[in-house]
Design a protein around this ligand. Sequence first.
Ligand SMILES: Nc1ncnc2c1ncn2[C@@H]1O[C@H](COP(=O)(O)OP(=O)(O)OP(=O)(O)O)[C@@H](O)[C@H]1O
Ligand SMILES: [Mg+2]
Length: 268
Amino acid sequence: MLGPNGAGKTTLISILAGLAKATGGSVKVLGHDVQGDFAAARRSLGVVPQELVFDPFFNVRETLRIQSGYFGVKNNDAWIDELLESLGLADKASSNMRQLSGGMKRRVLVAQALVHKPPIIVLDEPTAGVDVELRQTLWHFVARLNREGHTVLLTTHYLEEAEALCNRVAMLKHGNVVKLSSMSDLLKTATSNVLQFKTDGALPAAVEVRARVTGRIVQIPAQDAGDVEQLLAALREGGVMPEDVEIRRADLEDVFIHVMNEQQGGGA
Ligand SMILES: Nc1ncnc2c1ncn2[C@@H]1O[C@H](COP(=O)(O)OP(=O)(O)OP(=O)(O)O)[C@@H](O)[C@H]1O
Ligand SMILES: [Mg+2]
């Protein structure tokens, strides 16, 4: 689930988890209505929240046992040990939550979401502020759970992460789903190529309106070879010397920017 800040991703997850009440419509999790059949809907979900929330009075193992208790699960120490092991927390089992680094706390949140072996795992920006190693550990683990039959719902602002991991994409804007598609269809229908180069020069106005500029790097969607030629000609006429020129296929970030711009002004 992708969308700019404030699009409503966390709000939708809160509605799924029964933390917020929808003002309209109905939501079911595996057929269980999130209000009428709350307990069953909630049991189907393991939610890793965006914010780091933890109880400072307990150690890691206690935290996981207490969480299990909320779901009426007892004597699941073997599974807790497996979670601790898989998430690189084994040597922190007796550490107080307060003493853990931010990344370690995030690992505990992931373990917490999984104590009752939910069929659906919801990850709300799990990799924000997370180092490379934890990212790898996390994705390795989540991919395994997915292979074992768990459905994973992920929100992230790292689009290359979404592209690598997800089969289906929903894009949200102002609380509306503005795109819902399989990843491969979405990338296939991305008509364009992207002309990418580096420059210090000021882009001609006609080029600038189409360009995505990050520091010295300029990326411009282009339909075909003719379009690329015209862009390069416009740059030449504008006295811009592009360096490190390459043409690549549009990726998810290009599609995302395109979809969001298309929806400009079409707000909720
Ligand atoms: N408890 C609340 N009461 C009222 N409005 C809220 C509440 N929480 C969030 N909002 C508003 O709802 C909108 C959607 O917020 P939400 O947190 O769902 O966005 P998001 O897509 O998760 O964004 P981000 O990428 O920043 O996490 C925002 O305009 C936000 O200000
Ligand atoms: Mg959010």
